[in-house]
Design a protein around this ligand. Structure first.
Ligand SMILES: [Zn+2]
Length: 279
């Protein structure tokens, strides 16, 4: 019983928090702010013990801190997930809220893709945003990625160079593991396909990654500056194998219009001029 007393005393002392406004009523300490008890009587076998407990305001403060801590953890976990899924840092904040042309064709397709994600995934439907430089293809694709990542859906948004850079050398036994590592993402987005050239070996590996998605019935989204005609008639056989799969897996969405990059540059120049006025 002495041991038990010691434990009770320790626990009780630990929770004690006395304020000047506190008062004693019926032998128990009450909080001067919320007027609920800070002590209670507990029965341990034959022994009754006065224990410290939390008054209402202490309890709600503790709950508030707990939920803030949880919220912070959820946010940090989402940021980590986002960094893993969307490899380009700038693209991690490209979302529908930041859209300046919500009625444009790629943005309409992007929104529908997210709204109907379950069906898109079940039907293994992908998109190929193609068109000139800076027309917002990558923005549309990144909006899809960010919206799905926010729902904790594993997406990999990357580009050809990053895929190639991460590739183990051809003699390494890790090759298959690398190719298979893309399978854990429900959606693979390859940004800016067709701008780089690779060796036949590299192109073969990229083909394997895309082909594996085809076989596993997992969707693929691609953005490219190539025309649909160029996609259908690649310069080399190695590229053609990749493009043929894209044609099979992705609905072509032609993106035309003003270059967002040009608009951004113009905006930047206006700001810069204002800052340097009078120099
Ligand atoms: Zn209180």
């Amino acid at each position: 019983m002495n041991d038990l007393n010691a434990v009770v005393e320790a626990a009780s002392a630990k929770a004690a928090h006395v304020d000047q406004e506190d008062y004693i009523q019926d032998g128990l300490r009450y909080c001067g702010k919320c007027h609920t008890p800070k002590q209670c009587i507990m029965q341990f076998g034959p022994v009754k013990k006065k224990m410290n407990c939390l008054c209402r305001c202490e309890y709600s403060e503790k709950e508030k801190a707990r939920s803030e801590r949880k919220e912070r953890q959820r946010f940090e976990e989402l940021q980590r997930f986002k960094r893993e899924c969307i490899q380009d840092n700038a693209m991690q904040c490209w979302n529908f809220e930041a859209d300046i042309a919500p009625d444009s064709k790629p943005m309409r397709y992007a929104r529908r893709y997210v709204e109907k994600w379950e069906d898109m995934y079940a039907e293994n439907l992908g998109l190929c945003f193609y068109g000139g430089v800076g027309t917002g293809k990558s923005f549309a694709a990144a909006c899809i990625a960010n919206a799905l990542v926010a729902k904790r859906i594993p997406v990999m948004m990357t580009n050809f160079s990053r895929i190639v850079n991460g590739m183990p050398d051809m003699w390494s036994g890790e090759r298959n593991a690398y190719i298979e590592s893309f399978n854990r993402y429900k959606l693979l987005i390859i940004d800016d396909l067709g701008t780089e050239r690779g060796t036949d070996y590299v192109l073969e590996q990229v083909y394997q990654i895309i082909d594996q998605r085809y076989k596993n019935k997992q969707p693929l989204i691609v953005t490219t500056n190539l025309t649909w005609q160029e996609i259908k008639n690649a310069e080399t056989t190695a590229m053609q194998r990749i493009y043929d799969r894209i044609v099979e897996m992705c609905l072509p969405v032609q993106v035309v219009g003003n270059s967002k990059r040009v608009d951004t540059n113009r905006e930047k120049q206006t700001k810069a001029k204002a800052l340097f006025r009078g120099c």
